[in-house]
Design a protein. Structure first.
Length: 361
């Protein structure tokens, strides 16, 4: 896609392989939906193996009047020998290799993980001054400090709510301040000029190679080591993970009360980090319903749309059935019939989609 972008328009980088084509569609699609009128996104997609079919569906899903799209091939070879395993692939390291593939004229970039839902206008975040920082990020909710035992005098009372008290186990050998906050790399506003000047990418690669046995959070480990004291904090609403809901009060978390409560109630970007994802049937994470609703608004064809429509339809009918059950009597049998008809219609649509005759849903 082509088009003229204004300097005030956000420039976004995302990375995905074919397994994350649908999450990528929602990440960019939700950002477009929330964008202020007259603004457009310039999006760099680091293509880690998207099929021709997935590319075509992505192009259909995003309004060409609101997005300028450029495909980039990441330097996957640089990450081949780095720690991997499970859901961690070479694409996990794409953000630390941005300088190798982005055009030299790109001086600022907003990097987004592809498991996020954008709920606010990115122009607000894009216009933030970096104030001399290499990047801006949100302090991680699950691993808030280099060493929480040292950073929090009352850590014993908060221990049950902190997933990882020491995300950089060998921080003493690296000369890091144990009280320093630990950033989450799912949303990064980056000064690419400073990033290149300070050789963040090469230094992060060396850090991972030299500290392999201590690496727990992959590229995030390296960025926290290399950028210690060099990044600025964003409000948690710009990278709000479901982990926030594990805190029963703001006092147990690392954020001020107002920032914590807003991130829970009205986050600007929801980051579905962790094993549960909103594209998995049965996922009940906060805002997973909004993610699925956004997907259904996209011009995406194929069995995936039928699958999400079936899930939504079944959910509505189950709620009606539960309501009829509570009321009892004559209303229960019609509710059961409606549920059966709805599930049968959904099953027929899903079967048609799987056979290549995708229904309109």
């Amino acid at each position: 896609m082509t088009g003229e972008a204004s300097p005030a328009d956000p420039v976004v980088a995302v990375a995905a392989d074919d397994a994350y084509a649908i999450p990528l569609a929602v990440t960019v699609g939700s950002a477009i939906e929330r964008l202020a009128g007259g603004r457009r996104l310039r999006v760099f997609v680091l293509d880690g193996g998207l099929s021709a079919d997935s590319r075509a569906r992505l192009l259909r899903s995003w309004d060409p009047a609101r997005v300028t799209l450029e495909w980039l091939l990441p330097d996957r070879g640089a990450a081949e020998d780095l720690p991997q395993g499970g859901h961690i692939s070479p694409m996990t390291y794409a953000r630390i290799l941005l300088a190798r593939v982005l055009p030299a004229e790109v001086e600022r970039i907003l990097y987004l993980d592809t498991d996020v839902l954008v709920r606010a206008d990115l122009c607000e975040l894009w216009s933030r001054p970096l104030a001399g920082h290499v990047c801006l990020a949100v302090q991680d909710a699950a691993a808030p400090y280099i060493d929480a035992d040292v950073a929090l005098p009352d850590h014993a009372e908060r221990a049950a709510h902190i997933l990882t008290p020491r995300p950089v186990e060998n921080y003493r050998d690296l000369g890091l301040d144990p009280r320093a906050p630990f950033l989450n790399a799912g949303v990064l506003l980056v000064d690419m000029g400073r990033w290149r000047e300070e050789e963040v990418g090469p230094r992060a690669l060396r850090c991972l190679a030299e500290n392999r046995r201590f690496v727990r959070f992959w590229d995030q480990y390296a960025l926290n080591v290399v950028l210690s004291g060099r990044w600025g904090a964003l409000e948690p609403r710009w990278n709000a993970s479901p982990y926030l809901a594990t805190y029963t009060t703001w006092r147990q978390g690392p954020y001020p009360r107002e920032a914590f409560e807003r991130a829970l109630a009205d986050p600007s970007i929801v980051h579905f980090l962790g094993p549960a994802k909103p594209w998995q049937l049965g996922c009940r994470l906060p805002f997973a319903g909004e993610w699925r609703a956004c997907f259904r608004r996209l011009a995406w064809s194929g069995p995936e749309r039928a699958r999400f429509a079936l899930a939504a339809r079944g959910g509505r009918e189950r709620r009606r059935l539960a309501k009829a059950w509570r009321r009892g009597g004559k209303r229960l049998r019609p509710a059961l019939r409606r549920l059966r008809r709805s599930l049968l219609r959904g099953a027929r649509r899903l079967r048609a989609a799987l056979l290549g005759d995708s229904p309109r849903i």
